[in-house]
Design a protein around this ligand. Structure first.
Ligand SMILES: Cc1ncc(COP(=O)(O)O)c(C=O)c1O
Length: 338
C-alpha cells in the first residue's frame, strides 16, 4: 500500500494515544492540518480568527485559505507566545476562533486562552506544529482545544518528510475532518462537500511510526542541550529563553534575544558564528502582520513586541544529535564575543 492504508490508521491511533485524545487524522502537511481544522470548525467568509503576530506564515495563511480574516494579536516578549490580554482586546462580533501557537516548543498560556474562548464562544485551535510532546500542567500540547494541529516537516521534533496530523476529542469533528481531507467523499465517487486531497501516504506514516517511538528521547536531548546553553552562555546582552511556570517545553528551536548591550549587531553575530562553523537562523525576520500578503504594512504597528522580536531574536543549534564537545565549542565561541 503506497497511499493511505493500514500504516496511516496505525499512526493515527498511536499518535492520538500519545497526545491523550480520542481521534487523530493524518494529513500531508501542518498547513493542511490547520486548513482542515478551520474548515471543520466552519470558518469561512466574513469570519475573523485571532492569531499571534509572531509565528510561521501558515498559522495565518490557513485563515486566508478559508476566506476568513486573520486578526493579529501581539505576543509576550519573554515567552514569544500569544498574549491573552491582546486576544481579549481583539474579539469582535465577527470573531469565531483563536489559533494559539506553542511557539518553539513552549506551550502558550492555555488556561487563560481557554477561558477567553469559552467566555466568547470561540473555537480554540492549537498550532502544535513545533510542540510534539510538550506538556502544560501534565496535558500534552494539542489536546486542550477543539483541534490540535501538528507538522512532521523535515525540521520538526519528529518528521515524516512532509506530513501533519489533526487531533480532536470530538467524534463529529473527526468525521468532518475525514471528509475534508479526502475530496469530501462520503463513499467512493460520491462527494457531499468541498474537500481536498490532504491524505497522508503509508510511506510517510511508516516513518512517523518509527519517529514517534523516538520522540521522547529526541525531546529529552533537546531539553538537555538547552539546559547546557542556559548554564554556560554568559555574554552581556544575550538573553536565554524564558520558560513559563507549569510547562515542559520541547525546544523545537532554542531562541535567544540580543539586547542593546550585546557587543555586536545581529548580522555581525551571524557572520561571526558562520565563520566559526556554527549555523544560526532567524525565526522569524518579518512578523506576520507586516507580511505584504495581509496588506497591513503601512498601518500604525498593532503588534510592536512582535516587530521588536523579529529584529532581535536568533536561533542556535539545539537538535538532538549535538554532542557535548560541539555544545562546549558553541558556548565558548559565543562567550568570546566582545
Ligand atoms: C508554527 C507552524 N505552523 C504551521 C506550520 C506548517 O507546517 P508544514 O510546513 O508542515 O505545512 C509550521 C511549519 O512549517 C509551523 O512552524
Amino acid at each position: 500500500m503506497l497511499a493511505s492504508g493500514e500504516r496511516v490508521a496505525e499512526f493515527e491511533r498511536k499518535f492520538a494515544d500519545y497526545c491523550g485524545t480520542t481521534h487523530a487524522v493524518a494529513v500531508n502537511s501542518g498547513t493542511a492540518a490547520l486548513h482542515a481544522a478551520l474548515l471543520a470548525a466552519d470558518i469561512g467568509h466574513g469570519d475573523e480568527v485571532i492569531v499571534p503576530a509572531f509565528s510561521f506564515f501558515a498559522t495565518a495563511s490557513a485563515v486566508l485559505m478559508c476566506g476568513a480574516t486573520p486578526v493579529f494579536a501581539d505576543v509576550n516578549e519573554q515567552t514569544f507566545n500569544i498574549n491573552p490580554q491582546q486576544i481579549e482586546e481583539r474579539v469582535t462580533p465577527k470573531t469565531r476562533a483563536v489559533i494559539g501557537v506553542h511557539l518553539f516548543g513552549q506551550p502558550f498560556e492555555i488556561p487563560a486562552v481557554q477561558e477567553i474562548c469559552e467566555r466568547h464562544n470561540l473555537k480554540l485551535i492549537e498550532d502544535a506544529a513545533q510542540a510534539h510532546g510538550a506538556l502544560s500542567n501534565s496535558g500534552k500540547a494539542g489536546s486542550f482545544g477543539q483541534f490540535g494541529c501538528f507538522s512532521f516537516y523535515a525540521t520538526k521534533n519528529m518528521i515524516t518528510g512532509e506530513g501533519g496530523m489533526v487531533v480532536t476529542n470530538e467524534k463529529a469533528y473527526n468525521e468532518r475532518l475525514r471528509l475534508i481531507i479526502n475530496h469530501g467523499q462520503s463513499e467512493k465517487y460520491l462527494h457531499t462537500r468541498l474537500g481536498y486531497n490532504y491524505r497522508m501516504t503509508d510511506i510517510a506514516a511508516a516513518l512517523g511510526l518509527v519517529q514517534l517511538k523516538k520522540l521522547e528521547k529526541f525531546n529529552e536531548r533537546r531539553r538537555k542541550n538547552a539546559g547546557y546553553y542556559n548554564t554556560h552562555l554568559s555574554v552581556k546582552g544575550l538573553v536565554t529563553p524564558v520558560v513559563a511556570a507549569g510547562v515542559l517545553p520541547v525546544y523545537h528551536q532554542y531562541v535567544v534575544r540580543l539586547t542593546d548591550e550585546f557587543p555586536m549587531s545581529r548580522a555581525e553575530f551571524i557572520d561571526y558564528l558562520k565563520a566559526k562553523g556554527i549555523g544560526s537562523a532567524i525565526h522569524y525576520p518579518i512578523p506576520l502582520h507586516r507580511q505584504p500578503v495581509f496588506g497591513l504594512e503601512n498601518v500604525p504597528d498593532p503588534c510592536p513586541v512582535s516587530t521588536h522580536l523579529a529584529e532581535s531574536v536568533l536561533s542556535l543549534p539545539v537538535h538532538p544529535l549535538l554532542d557535548q564537545k560541539q555544545l562546549a565549542y558553541i558556548c565558548d565561541t559565543i562567550n568570546r564575543v566582545k
